[in-house]
Design a protein around this ligand. Structure first.
Ligand code: BES
Ligand code: MN
Ligand code: ZN
Length: 498
């Protein structure tokens, strides 16, 4: 990752390959931009007057020479209307700056961005946002390429300029937090991008083992034999069609008091979903390697909170399996018995996520959790409903849904609340078992959530359907790391309240 630092002092005396300075529409400049403009004989004001930069949000101009100040270059960044500047614009300009620095092979810079005030986002929050977005925009996947990214294209160091010395300690703390969240997001993206032949259930368990070692977390990995002893008939039925052994990964971060009830995060870890006997169409089937992004985001979140030493008890549970067609695979019409004792008629073997999750959700009961949140690339229907911009949230407690909605807004990782009404739940009726695993073609994201809700009666629970948000298709194909930022924000709020 980029080396992030904070610094205070005189803007005009800074030595750097590049100073990144903000300008606004209506010819405005940020305080540091004004100082630099004075020290460099008005070069910035002249550019603005001439109309070479209008200050429109995301517009840039690179001055390859500075003349009278020690820094080598200046990158001006347009920030739009000064009064309208907000966190989403900060995200946008940060992405643009990273792109420009990389394109010009500038591998070190000082960003004069933290001084730009935003309503509702204090200095620490703004610093975190800059760091998380910088790391996000500079992420590049080459793990499975034979030629790695060239060193000179990678940004080595970014310094955030803090106008007021007295804020340096706050700023340093924000850098640590921002880096922790960024490394959690990166971990989730990396795991999501790895192909199914590498990122198997055992591989995910190995990653959890590394986290446990590096951050002193407690780890337990259940084998199929152990799961049989627990009667996890739903989870095991999915894995029967695969040659890879299923794993149930349980990772514990004990940051809170020894008697405090933990928050449990459950993440779907389907390392490849071909649909099973209800085989998926072949077009874009490669994307089903991302079907473990719920599990990856839960592991990434554990990494982030462990790195920031969050004072809260948090347990991650990742049920992990493949879903493939095989002579021993689930068949439409099969009836299986879940760990809860409830029986399930499997009408569509491609609705496998809920089958592995329901047993993990029953397993979660033993931790007497304060709250359980499951995260899953659960339904194509959720992609149709909300697209790539919001994850779906469902809950058996309105106040918990609200807490998640608020955390999503703050973390720029938004969710939208969908209902779990009785009428939808009725769609799961089966003639042959306690429930069917699908609820017909209407409201597929909701009936999937209703299915899960039948296994979560004993605690406060929320479900995040991230099928549309966990990865992007098309030219920017790849994993996004969502909803690690949201989960980190939610858990930090819980830690503050504890
Ligand atoms: N992993 C898929 C959901 C999915 C689909 C995620 C498309 C991302 C993009 C899940 O296991 C699945 O196949 N769900 C089915 C459920 C259906 C059979 C009721 C779906 O959404 O088509
Ligand atoms: Mn499926
Ligand atoms: Zn799936």
């Amino acid at each position: 990752m980029i080396d992030f630092k904070v610094k205070s002092g005189n803007p005009e005396k800074q030595r750097s390959s590049c100073l990144v300075l903000a300008v606004y529409e209506d010819q405005g400049m940020s305080p540091s931009t004004r100082v630099i403009d004075k020290s460099s004989k008005g070069v910035i004001s002249r550019l603005i007057k001439r109309g070479d930069i209008t200050g429109e949000c995301g517009e840039t101009i690179l001055l390859p020479e500075t003349g009278s100040i020690p820094a080598d270059r200046i990158l001006l960044i347009g920030c739009g209307n000064e009064d309208d500047f907000d966190s989403s614009k900060l995200q946008k300009i940060t992405a643009k700056i990273i792109q420009k620095l990389q394109a010009n092979k500038i591998n070190e810079a000082i960003l004069f961005l933290p001084e730009i005030e935003i309503e509702g986002a204090d200095l620490a929050t703004r610093i975190e946002q800059i760091i998380i977005q910088s790391a996000h925009s500079s992420y590049h996947f080459d793990t499975t390429k034979s030629k790695k990214q060239k060193k000179n294209k990678a940004i080595q160091k970014l310094t955030l300029f803090i106008p007021d010395r007295s804020n340096l300690n706050t700023a340093r703390q924000a850098v640590l937090t921002g880096k922790a969240i960024a490394s959690g997001v990166t971990m989730a993206r990396e795991l999501g991008n790895l192909p199914g032949n590498i990122c198997t259930p055992s591989y995910l368990a190995g990653q959890a083992k590394e986290l446990a070692t590096d951050f002193n977390l407690k780890l337990k990995v259940l084998s199929e034999t152990a799961m049989e002893k627990l009667s996890m008939g739903a989870l095991l039925s999915v894995s029967r069609g695969s040659r890879q052994e299923a794993k149930l990964i349980i990772l514990e971060h004990k940051g809170g008091g020894s008697k405090d009830a933990p928050v449990v995060l459950v993440g779907k870890g389907l390392t490849f979903d071909a649909g099973g006997i209800s085989l998926k169409p072949s077009s874009a089937m490669d994307e089903m390697k991302y079907d473990m992004c719920g599990g990856a985001s839960v592991l990434g979140t554990m990494r982030a909170i462990a790195e920031m030493k969050l004072p809260l008890n948090v347990i991650a549970i990742v049920p992990s399996s493949e879903n493939l067609p095989d002579g021993d695979a689930n068949k439409p019409g099969d009836v299986v018995t879940s760990m809860s004792g409830q029986t399930i008629e499997i009408l569509n073997t491609d609705a496998e996520g809920r089958l592995i999750l329901c047993d993990a959700l029953t397993y979660a009961e033993r931790f007497k959790p304060s709250t359980v949140i499951d995260v899953a690339t659960l339904t194509g229907a959720c992609v149709v409903a909300l697209g790539a911009h919001a994850s779906g949230v469902f809950s058996n407690q309105d106040h918990l849904a609200q807490e998640i909605i608020d955390a999503g807004i703050k973390a720029q990782d938004r969710v939208w609340y969908l209902p779990l009404w009785e009428e939808y739940d009725q769609q799961l009726k089966s003639n042959f078992a306690d429930m069917a695993n699908i609820g017909g073609h209407k409201a597929g994201a909701i009936t999937a959530a209703c299915f899960l809700s039948r296994y979560t009666k004993k605690y406060d629970w929320a479900h995040l359907d991230i099928a549309g948000t966990a990865w992007l298709s098309g030219s920017k194909k790849g994993s996004t790391g969502r909803p690690v930022k949201l989960l980190c924000e939610f858990l930090r709020n819980r830690a503050r309240a504890a």
